[in-house]
Design a protein around this ligand. Structure first.
Ligand SMILES: [Zn+2]
Length: 283
């Protein structure tokens, strides 16, 4: 157990409160110890005092504010990353892996005038590669908002869950089949809500879940899910097909080059990665 200066102070205060011994009292106390008749009685008193000191020290450390700090740090982290991963199973070659992350990806850059034209040239969700039929869970408590809302894309089937308490909505795209849910139905974090599918509808083309985190209630803004989902993203990015990384603006080469440093995108906004000196220049 780590003891801080503050804890030592608390322990010292406790001992002084319990045993306010002055120098003269200490002298007579020590003298009395040498007197044969009371010797064993005094020894017992000293042992009793030592037990009291040990008890006081332990309770002071247990009541230390350091533990409170640790608790509040944990709750702060929970507040900053309020969502869970959208799968029941842990990542792996038989379950799911990171396919393409959110943001200024090379793939989105080269399709900025087509597929990603309405999301400012940004890949506006995260792609998680998974065999068709992999169980998808709600990333937080919420309410089913829309089922097969084709205006939101991500065909052949999609699902949107609102999380009003967090100010977010989650969209699960390229689903295998229409989810068996009704708008207005409450769901809980971790509840199976859909099965993953394939935008090519073959299940061997490019099967994956496309997950978006949008604002609530507007749902026009799309946010990077990575800082919001509690997972080990650095390690997840080491495995899987996400290798080509982020498109680079050679006039500002550090911009948008990290998993957790990606811009939000708004539906219909101007393209923001139309770089004068891009890299790579072609695929
Ligand atoms: Zn996607």
């Amino acid at each position: 157990m780590r003891i801080t200066t503050a804890e030592c102070g608390i322990v010292g205060y406790s001992v002084a409160t319990i045993f306010p011994i002055h120098a003269s009292e200490m002298k007579s106390f020590l003298n009395s110890l040498s007197r044969p008749p009371d010797r064993w009685q005094r020894l017992l008193q000293v042992l009793f005092a030592l037990v009291l000191v040990a008890t006081a020290s332990t309770s002071a450390v247990m009541a230390s504010p350091v533990h409170d700090h640790q608790d509040s740090a944990a709750s702060l982290q929970d507040a900053a990353r309020p969502l869970i991963l959208p799968f029941r199973e842990p990542p792996g070659p038989d379950t799911w892996l990171l396919g393409q992350t959110y943001g200024n990806t090379v793939g989105a850059y080269f399709n900025r005038n087509t597929t990603y034209r309405f999301s400012q040239g940004i890949h506006f969700g995260i792609d998680l590669s998974a065999p068709c039929g992999t169980e998808i869970v709600a990333v937080a408590d919420g309410v089913v908002a829309l089922v097969d809302a084709f205006a939101y894309g991500s065909l052949p089937h999609n699902l949107i869950i609102d999380h009003p308490q967090l100010g977010y909505a989650s969209l699960y795209g390229h689903l295998l089949q229409k989810p068996d849910l009704q708008p207005g139905q409450p769901v809980t974090a971790g509840q199976v809500v859909a099965l993953s599918g394939d935008p090519a509808e073959t299940c061997f083309g490019r099967p994956h879940l496309h997950l978006e985190i949008r604002d609530y209630p507007g749902r026009a803004w799309k946010y990077n899910p990575i800082p919001l989902i509690d997972a080990d993203w650095d390690n997840l990015a080491l495995v899987g097909s996400f290798q080509s990384g982020f498109e680079r603006d050679l006039d500002d080469p550090r911009k948008w080059q990290h998993l957790d440093d990606q811009p939000p995108a708004v539906s219909g906004g101007r393209i923001i990665n139309d770089f004068a000196r891009p890299w790579p220049r072609q695929r």
